[in-house]
Design a protein around this ligand. Sequence first.
Ligand SMILES: [Zn+2]
Length: 180
Amino acid sequence: MNVAEIARALHLRKVGTAWRGPCPICGGKTRFQIREGRNGPLIWCWGGCDRKDLLVELRRWGLLPQPERRELSPAERRAAAEQRRRDARDLEAARHFRAAADLLIDELLETLPVSDLSRGPLTAMKAAMRTDAGLVAEYRDWLEREPKLTAALVAAGRNRGARLEMMLRHYLLGGAKNAA
Ligand SMILES: [Zn+2]
């Protein structure tokens, strides 16, 4: 079953590259999100439900295949270990990314008019980055779409402090002037 089929079964609505709707565990209207990832569906809940619980729930509904319970081959064990290393490395970078992105989003939310349409996605992105799974998914998505900007945010987050705040303020004021 692909992501679009899972989304249909859960009555989710397409929003950009993802599908959104009620969480199968905690409900809500738009808490649950699913998106096509390189290694299968990326799912998370902005209500804070654990990703593992969500996977169990989707398997219970027959929307995801049951995990195979056979022994892993040495090559598969190596691949799994490599995946865990990659996840740990990405999480570390993603935390720096979040430090800078959160600051940028807060600044934007303070300066954008209440009616501005980008406020919703900005607030949603901030919420999605609260859990490790959501954060890594968001970070990888940005890395794929905007590698340069993402690397700049990671670097900025790594060296965060007064200087970063000054740089971002400068960047935002400059952007606002150019747009005017
Ligand atoms: Zn939930």
